[in-house]
Design a protein around this ligand. Sequence first.
Ligand code: MLT
Length: 398
Amino acid sequence: MTLVDIEQVVYPDDCDAFGHLNQASFLRVFERARWDVLARGPGMDVFARHGAWPAVRRTVIDYHAPAFPGDVLRVHQALVHHGRTSFTMRETARRASDGTLLATAEFVFVCIDREGRPLPVPAEVGEFFQARPSAEPADRLTVNGVSLAVEHRGSGPGVLFIHGFPLDRSIWRHQLDALTGFRRIAPDLRGMGQSDAPDLGYSMSTYAEDLVALLDALGEGQVVLCGASLGGYVAFEFLRRWRERVRGLILMDTRPEADSAEGRRARDALIGRVREQGGIAAAEAMLPRFFTAQVPPEIIEQVRATILRTPVPGIVGALSAMRERPDSTPLLETLTGIPTLVLVGAEDMITPPVIAQGMAAAIPAGRLMEIPDAGHLPCVEQPVPTTRAILKFLQSLG
Ligand code: MLT
């Protein structure tokens, strides 16, 4: 949903000695715009009614251009993350007369009671912004210095699902529901979904270290790794270091090579755009290439919402981790004894079937399955045949 833009006038007493709108007043502009927009929806007293005050936990503001007395600022707002007790608003201020971008800000709130204890975000707030808490309820486990959200369901042989960029565990919804008879473990990687998003420290090694620590915490020895795209890059790193923990491998719409020089330049350019504009830049870059032309629009909207909820540090961190990832081609021929299913959407534009064919041929126990009428995310676009292919493979492991 697009919320109505809120206009705010800059007054002389909001400005510093040089006549610019000063920082404290900028914060006030953003703050007033938030209350104004709530006044047009569930009411300014929505938090008071629930006894759950939205306390600011973190604010990041980028100032792009000065504003002067008499300027009218148009403030655009979006809810970009909705967790159980926390939410993040992204606000953009432009000069109404010429559309110049003046400042962008992100505010992370935690709803608390009078004693400072976290409380759920009032449902009306999420409803007003048409946002729901991402995915199914998850446990939180602190491993390797971060708190990760993880869904783990069922019992039986363990399968660790590793999602792609810039997404979260919700891409595995159908597989998590359907693959009964297995212990399905689906975390949000650090920086994505409901997991913590530290500012720094993202690499394939860190993601893999998080996952092995998560398996330890859940008491899982050996698992089947199932990685989609970025999840495949993480699976390669995991295999390099903890091969003995892997009893089978599913590589979905991924590639073994490192980024080319051109690919790295594209990562840098996207990092710049995401820093400036937020997750919308990542959504614009990825969504047109994720699906076939036949995909239902509501699937695109769901995935767009997932991307917009992804915190900026997590998007930037994943882009730099992918930029720096090593070439995993030499690993493939060493995977003797690891049964591997290479899955690919027949119409994937990002990692086309020819790449999957090459990987399946290079891996000693590799087999290939193309999913018709699917692009880069067959688990989302064609969940039934994808789940069926995964199930057949898992059953073949005995
Ligand atoms: C993904 O889907 O995870 C990304 O497309 C991977 C990439 O950009 O290399």
